[in-house]
Design a protein around this ligand. Structure first.
Ligand SMILES: [Zn+2]
Length: 138
């Protein structure tokens, strides 16, 4: 006896194909995405991310020029730095590497955050300076 298998109901593949929303771009997109891979940065989400990254880059340039007074304590870079230290104390060199910053710029951020009472500097058992969140013992 043959049992008829009912295939799972999925929308027909064709309904998930679209043309890229950019005028003059004839690329077909999949899964009902509005833009092709070449134009994906035009989605509001990607646009917002790129804008944030551009602002972050501008801030880091300003900090490199003007020092710790240019640090935005609520900005992305300061928040990323605090997130890194939440995982445990780090040396300045490691912190800079993790945040893709020069040590000079990373130092400006840690100085501003130290001044704001968010970060403390102490020595490890080997005597290396370590940065930690305020109130967390290395
Ligand atoms: Zn396109």
């Amino acid at each position: 006896m043959k049992v008829a298998m009912t295939p799972p109901t999925l929308p027909p593949r064709d309904s998930l194909l679209r043309e890229c929303a950019v005028a003059g771009c004839a690329t077909t997109t999949h899964d009902a995405k509005p833009y092709c891979v070449d134009h994906v940065e035009l989605t509001p989400y990607a646009h917002g991310l790129l804008e944030q990254l551009a602002l972050q880059a501008l801030e880091e340039e300003r900090v490199a020029r003007e020092g710790s007074s240019a640090v935005d304590l609520e900005g992305l870079t300061a928040r990323s730095l605090l997130q890194q230290l939440e995982l445990g104390p780090l040396s300045l060199a490691r912190l800079a590497r993790k945040l893709f910053l020069s040590q000079e710029v990373a130092l400006c951020y840690t100085l501003a955050l130290q001044e704001a009472g968010r970060v403390t500097s102490s020595s490890s058992r080997e005597g290396r300076p370590l940065l930690a969140l305020t109130g967390v013992r290395p």
